[in-house]
Write a protein that binds this ligand. Structure first.
Ligand code: ZN
Length: 71
């Protein structure tokens, strides 16, 4: 699995799920991330497209693709 170039993903590496408040790294995506099951309305992209930006917006790491999840 890898980046998705259609809306609302638009090729971004870091994708937040506003339903779970977790951020995923699509370059390291695992099947357990279930990115394909995220509703489009729950997809959050970041400007800039960085992990630090996701963290600054309060997103927790996905335990599968990033690790060191707080919860
Ligand atoms: Zn993940």
């Amino acid at each position: 699995m890898s980046r998705r170039y259609h809306s609302p993903f638009n090729g971004n590496r870091y994708i937040g799920n506003t339903n779970t408040n977790e951020v995923h790294d699509l370059d390291k995506e695992e099947s357990s991330c279930q990115i394909n099951r995220i509703k489009d309305s729950h997809v959050k992209t970041f400007i800039p497209d960085t992990h630090s930006q996701a963290k600054s917006e309060g997103f927790d790491n996905c335990a599968h693709c990033i690790g060191n999840s707080r919860y």
